[in-house]
Design a protein around this ligand. Structure first.
Ligand code: GSH
Length: 215
């Protein structure tokens, strides 16, 4: 399989962590959605990452659809979401909130990095920061141990830990590690797992495609 995208993307990173978790060897095509836009459009008509090119040439888009496929086809003991309800919908709900949190952080990063000079909208920035803050509070309230659910590490943990790591790197002035101590401890717990350690957050890839940190 070929994973398309850079590891500074939380969406690409979480697919790579999942591939490691499920034990799938994969190659990576390091393309930037900005620097390599034309090449990107040829792989994914939306010009977005991640894309996962399967061994038969079929290409999957979007981290949620990709992880859904990987999880469905994994051996039962490796799966990261229960099949039975209501446990399944509870895991998927936290996963959706974690992925949406990463999307809001990404949008907020766009305000700093991709707007024409002098055109960033302070009202929109504030709204994004409110959405990020209220989502973190909501998640913090639902976490009491190492994992979101007593059954152990799941897709919920994967989505939230990757988003929190991204938040700390992209928007350090929001002081997420201090404001959300349970989420921070949870992230460290996730990062001690082998699959997380195998997929570093590539700051160099971020800088190479024009993302500069905001302080
Ligand atoms: N919901 C998507 C979000 C993917 C996403 O927003 N990726 C960003 C890179 S971090 C992207 O492709 N941005 C380019 C664009 O939206 O134009 C997922 O989970 O895969």
């Amino acid at each position: 399989m070929i994973l398309v995208g850079q590891f500074d993307s939380p969406f690409v990173r979480r697919v790579a962590i999942a591939l490691h978790h499920y034990g799938h060897p994969f190659e990576r095509r390091v393309l930037s959605v900005f620097k390599d836009f034309d090449e990107m459009l040829a792989i994914n008509p939306m010009g977005k990452v991640p894309s996962l090119i399967l061994d038969d040439g079929e290409t999957l888009f979007d981290s949620r659809a990709i992880i859904e496929y990987l999880d469905e086809t994994a051996p039962a003991e490796r799966r990261l979401a229960p099949y039975q309800q209501p446990e399944r919908r509870r895991v998927l709900q936290i996963e959706v909130v974690g992925v949406t949190l990463a999307e809001k952080i990404y949008e907020r990063g766009i305000e700093h990095n991709r707007r024409a000079p002098g055109t960033s909208d302070p009202i929109w920035r504030r709204r994004l920061e409110q959405q990020i803050g209220s989502t973190c509070e909501w998640l913090e309230d639902r976490l009491s141990g190492d994992w979101f659910f007593e059954e152990g590490f799941s897709r919920a943990d994967l989505a939230v830990a990757v988003a929190m790591q991204y938040l700390e790197r992209v928007l350090p002035m929001l002081e997420s590690t201090v404001r959300y101590p349970r989420l921070h401890a949870h992230r460290l717990c996730c990062e001690s797992r082998e699959a997380f350690a195998a997929v570093r957050d590539a700051r160099d890839e971020a800088l190479g495609s024009g993302w500069t940190p905001e302080t």
